[in-house]
Design a protein around this ligand. Sequence first.
Ligand SMILES: [Zn+2]
Length: 254
Amino acid sequence: MPLNDDDFMRYSRHLLMSDIGETGQQRLSQARVLVVGMGGLGCPVSLYLTAAGIGSISICDPDRVDKTNLQRQILYETADCGNLKVACAKDRLEALNPNVVIDTFPCQVDDKILAGNYDVVIDCTDNLDARQLINQICYDEGVPFVSAAAIGWEGQLLIFDFAHCRSLCFNCIINHSSAEPMMNCANSGVVGPVLGVMGSMQAIAVMRTLLGFSLQHGEVQRYDGKRGQWFSLQGSQDKECSVCGLMESKEYKI
Ligand SMILES: [Zn+2]
């Protein structure tokens, strides 16, 4: 669909860029993305993607706003406490940009929600089971998957371009067999702006893939906010990985 007068004003700073322009903006307006988790990461991710004019954004979170969220979850206000996060977020996001369709899922993510034909799935949860499910389904469906996490002063970003490469996945990098309980914001604390940095990195990765720029499959970026330093790594495949490894095909050969 061609851009209208409102679009030309609203997205003028994109339209000035030769590698976005009208064609890129139209691509963004036709895109469908899913944000899983509307906490400290999901807030900045959905704000930036809504402002950028992504066509359809589905948001998924079973929780209600709690006062302890307000230190970092920048979509919500004090008066929202007790209300569903996805309902509050939908109101704010639609007020920001009424051209974007916001669909809400006030529940834990499941395979039905993930089968929604998205161009990218953005993991903003702090739940390992949800991450493994997202990884499995994005891998199976060939959908790019952008994951982030933050704790204390540190953040981590993982990018999987399953549309072009399947030789490595989330399950290869994150040690899911650890017997230690998962650290999270609720038991270890987190600095709010670190979530803003990591959520912004996720939004940039989403825009890169939607605009047709390449993503580096298996890219791992770590941010140390206390020292102001970034570390970039390339993940490597676990040949025994139950999702993408060769274990299954070896068994078939016997
Ligand atoms: Zn794997």
